[in-house]
Design a protein around this ligand. Structure first.
Ligand SMILES: [Mg+2]
Length: 156
């Protein structure tokens, strides 16, 4: 979560975070938080920023992670469709433009945020097993990242 430092959250005046689950803060279908996530979540709460887990997954492990982080959960979200982002904003009670989506996929986490008027930070996926649809979407991400690199976008 080094890509989402306190300094950025302050600069963008972020009040709420819609946080992806699989491959962002836990390996797919695991409830073991990646190193540093707990400390990052603590930092976010100390900045008085609300957080909501927003995942396309239906798995029970999502509930365990939400309990551990003590944040609400919106699951089965069908990202990038806007309905679940609206649910998430209701949970957070924040305006879209002050809400940040953090996730490891361009065509769900980032696209969905943009369709809903939210800011987005793409984070590199945690290595490990992925769902076949994720593998397919990652294939579609490749030319986009290549284009961003050619355009000189840092971190692409
Ligand atoms: Mg993900």
């Amino acid at each position: 979560m080094a890509d989402v430092p306190a300094e950025l959250l302050r600069r963008w005046d972020i009040r709420g975070i819609a946080l992806d689950l699989d491959n962002t803060i836990v390996p797919w279908y695991s409830d073991a938080l990646a190193p540093g996530v707990k400390e990052w979540a603590q930092m976010v709460l100390e900045l008085d920023i609300r957080m909501c887990l927003l995942t396309n997954n239906y798995g029970a492990h999502a509930m365990g992670v939400a309990r551990e982080l003590k944040v609400p959960l919106v699951r089965g979200a069908l990202k990038p469709l806007p309905a679940a982002y609206a649910r998430c904003l209701r949970e957070l009670q924040t305006d879209a433009h002050q809400t940040l989506s953090v996730g490891d996929q361009l065509f769900t986490d980032v696209l969905g945020a943009k369709l809903s008027g939210m800011r987005a930070v793409y984070v590199r996926p945690i290595a490990g097993r992925v769902l076949f649809t994720t593998r397919f979407l990652r294939m579609l991400e490749r030319p986009v990242f290549a284009r961003l690199r050619r355009a000189g976008v840092p971190g692409a």
